[in-house]
Design a protein. Structure first.
Length: 112
């Protein structure tokens, strides 16, 4: 599902994800390496039509626990490089650049 956020002024847009959502900038095929710096091998399937790796740009505050009394802290933080499910995100276009809005539950791993 594609959504485009229109810019109404010359100010840079700030996106703050809600609940346990994460804004991710997908990596280009050139940015995706076969092996991470820590030596984790990344499967070739990552290089399919859409990137399933990205860099976290913004993080929501976390979702509420079952009682609604406490927020569950987020595991990922801005700057993390992540692998995520190829089916669990919404495409968003901001200032001409494509981003994905992903629930933290659809993030499979953090690459160090």
């Amino acid at each position: 599902m594609k959504r485009e956020v229109k810019k109404e002024s010359s100010k840079k847009q700030v996106v703050i994800p809600l609940s346990d959502r994460v804004l991710v900038r997908p990596l280009s095929k050139e940015e995706v390496e076969k092996k991470s710096k820590s030596g984790i091998l990344v499967p070739d399937e990552i290089n399919k039509e859409k990137s399933e790796q990205g860099t976290v740009v913004a993080v929501g505050p976390g979702k509420w626990n079952e009682d609604g009394e406490e927020r569950i802290p987020m595991t990922v933080k801005v700057g993390d490089r992540v692998i995520f499910s190829g089916y669990g995100f919404d495409e968003i276009k901001l200032e001409g650049e494509e981003y994905y809005m992903i629930s933290e539950g659809n993030i499979l791993a953090i690459i160090n």
